[in-house]
Design a protein. Structure first.
Length: 141
């Protein structure tokens, strides 16, 4: 039978089990792989990182840390005026100062044309409608 004399499962039984598992796995994964290829999800769209953004304004939320901060800095390095839209006023102002100081340092070294880019902190708390209205007025003005 399936059990060998020593009481362990026979290797042939495992081989017989693996083949259908492989077939099932392939059948399940193939449509998923095809879907990923169709949407090209494995590679994000490439945008030229050297394209000038002088004269453009970007609002970046959550820009006092992490990806938001790096995004804000990257846009400002390309000459963009970046509105740092964050809830925390202390962190927002510190980030504004740090980004602008870094832009000044880099433009002195000639590594970027950051002299045209800048960061401006404007407080934004999405939980407060009156604050959102005030934010919009500040950005317009």
């Amino acid at each position: 039978g399936m059990m060998s004399r020593s009481g362990y499962w026979h290797p042939v039984f495992f081989a017989a089990l693996w083949v259908p598992l492989g077939v099932v796995w392939t059948a399940l994964m193939n449509p998923i792989i095809k879907l990923l290829r169709a949407f090209n999800l494995h590679s994000p769209p490439r945008t030229p990182s050297n394209k000038s953004l002088v004269g453009k304004v970007a609002i970046v939320t959550g820009s006092n840390s992490g990806i938001g901060r790096e995004t804000a800095y990257g846009l400002a390095k390309r000459g963009c005026t970046v509105i740092l839209a964050c809830r925390n006023e202390v962190k927002g102002k510190v980030t504004e100062e740090e980004i602008n100081a870094a832009l000044e340092r880099e433009s002195k070294h000639g590594s970027i044309d950051g002299s045209k880019g800048k960061a401006i902190y404007i407080q934004l708390d999405l939980a407060s409608l009156s604050n959102v209205v005030k934010f919009v007025d500040n950005v317009k003005g």
